[in-house]
Design a protein around this ligand. Structure first.
Ligand code: SF4
Length: 259
């Protein structure tokens, strides 16, 4: 957050001043920008906090709970996700207390138990000194990190994926997300961001196949009018043409054959 100061007498231009707040992280006094998160402030001074569902280009979700830290304020303490909690003056943050370590270990073990083959989770658990989970759970593809939902909505601007609420009555075998075949343009961004390969994409001949926990969607690929290669979903290219107001033949050639 920043404060806008009135313009000066000569030019009338406005000057933005960043407001800072002072807090303590692991006994270090830190001056952090108002509006930044504890995760931002900690990483700026080189303190590692594990994350899985966080991505710097997306609105934080806090669903994986791997970034929990302990905060102490007004004589009470509690655990909170560092990616969603904003810095405040006088806050005391502990990123490595016994309580924090226990909570993170449980969170990552739960995730790994449901998805033992994920490279990303294996890497995270190894960093936390865990070889394998101390319990077993039914394996699931999707770990509900919501990265795909936020990417589709915030980066692609399509909003084709939605979470299906996980109520007490829901069957665990039902998919956790639903993908709208009408809205989806087959761009592949959700597969790219998914940390557990619950969403995958494959181009076979003239067809792109997007496989999600909700099922398979197929998209016709555009053929390059010069080299004949199938290179991107027609639906995705039509979406870009409309959005950017381009000529209808803007993508007749693939990137390699364009001038
Ligand atoms: S492939 Fe479909 S669901 Fe996935 S990010 Fe692109 S538009 Fe969204």
């Amino acid at each position: 957050m920043s404060k806008v100061l009135p313009g000066n007498a000569t030019g009338g231009s406005q000057r933005r001043v960043k407001l800072m707040v002072r807090l303590t992280i692991d006994n270090q006094i830190v001056d952090a920008e108002e509006g930044s998160t504890i995760l931002d402030a900690a990483s700026k001074i080189g303190i590692y906090i594990p994350t899985l569902c966080y991505h710097e280009s997306l609105t934080p979700g806090g669903s994986c709970r791997l970034c929990v830290v302990e905060i102490i304020a007004n004589g009470t303490s509690g655990l909170i996700t560092a990616c969603t909690c904003l810095v405040e003056t006088g806050l005391e943050v502990r990123t490595n207390s016994e309580r924090v370590v226990k909570s993170r270990r449980l969170a990552v073990e739960l995730l790994l138990a449901q998805h033992p083959h994920s490279d990303r989770l294996q890497e995270l658990t190894k960093k936390m000194g865990i070889d394998k989970p101390s319990f077993t759970l039914k394996e699931q593809e999707c770990i509900l990190c919501e990265l795909c939902v936020r990417t589709c909505r915030e980066i692609v601007g399509v909003g084709a994926i939605n979470f299906i609420a996980q109520g007490i009555d829901r069957d665990i075998n039902e998919p956790s997300i639903e993908v709208s075949p009408v809205k989806c343009i087959g761009c592949d961004s959700c597969a790219y961001i998914c940390p557990t390969n619950a969403i995958t994409v494959e181009d076979v001949g003239d067809t792109r196949i997007l496989t999600t926990p909700d099922g398979k969607l197929e998209f016709k690929l555009k053929k390059c009018s010069t080299c004949g290669k199938y290179w991107a979903p027609e639906k995705q290219l039509d979406y870009i043409i409309k959005k950017a107001d381009l000529a209808s033949d803007a993508f007749d050639n693939c990137p390699n054959c364009r001038d």
